[in-house]
Ligand binder design. Structure first.
Ligand code: DGP
Length: 123
């Protein structure tokens, strides 16, 4: 899948659409999810053009990958959820129902989260 420069996170990175920014550095931008699933729900995205985690880990260089994942930890600490706990999730592709085709990591926190993944639908 090729990168779509019109995806919503590309527009946020270009400043064409506003976001509730919580962190930014050389490699990454973090902002609050528009549709929060937990009291704290923040998205961390790389500044480079990567469709998903798969694309990122194939194409990004080591410095970018290290910088990005380091930023995820920094954001969680700055949000003050490192003591209480948090969940990190990245959706890749169809089965994971990835909606936005720019790699992003969700940080969920602020309440207890039971169950690793939703149960399979019963038909
Ligand atoms: P995913 O299914 O992993 O691709 O999740 C995409 C997330 O992006 C979803 O939780 C909602 C969020 N989202 C979609 N559009 C916007 C937007 O314009 N602004 C912000 N802050 N979040 C968005």
């Amino acid at each position: 899948m090729s990168y779509d420069d019109q995806n919503i996170f590309a527009k946020i990175l270009r400043g064409e659409i506003p976001c509730d920014k919580v962190y930014e550095d050389e490699f990454s931008l973090a902002f609050r999810d528009i549709n929060p699933q937990t009291p704290v729900h923040v998205l961390v995205i790389p500044k480079g053009r990567y469709v998903s985690l798969d694309d990122f880990t194939v194409k990004a260089d080591r410095e970018e990958i290290a910088g990005f994942f380091s930023a995820v930890g920094t954001v969680a600490r700055e949000l003050g959820v490192d003591e209480s706990g948090y969940r990190v999730l990245a959706n890749h592709g169809r089965d994971a129902h990835q909606e936005v085709p720019h790699f992003h990591v969700h940080i969920f926190a602020g309440r207890s989260m039971r169950g690793m993944v939703p149960k399979a639908p019963t038909e």
